[in-house]
Design a protein around this ligand. Sequence first.
Ligand SMILES: [Zn+2]
Length: 144
Amino acid sequence: MRPINCPLCEQDQTRQVEQKARHGLTVTTVLCQGCGLVYHNPVIEDQDRLALGLSPRQLHTNEPINPRHQRRVQRRTAYQFDFLHPWVRPDQQGLEVGAGLGLLSSTLQQHGVQMLGVEPDPQQAAYACQQVLASSRVGLKKSS
Ligand SMILES: [Zn+2]
């Protein structure tokens, strides 16, 4: 695990949002005071995860995508949106790195933000695409 400055604006002024113990790692989530990005700091690197024998998805949860897991993610999404709300405007574009189930991207999209989510876990990425498409008012353009 390695402490980093904000990956977007490179400032180092953050506010802790949440801290949890996961599989022997302390996962700290922070909010950048400069740009509003929410990210893990210190960052959990692949070698940290691989040393514990965990996939990206298993680092965050050991459960399959089920209604209980989805409800928990929805509660967390509502909590995250409360923090982001002051910065959200309908004319913005957003990038969510580690989009998971896509619920935050979906919520922001419902508030008019054009979202791009990146998720390395194929199962969650497939679910996120379905979720964001289902909530989209503008649709997605597929490149040819
Ligand atoms: Zn920032």
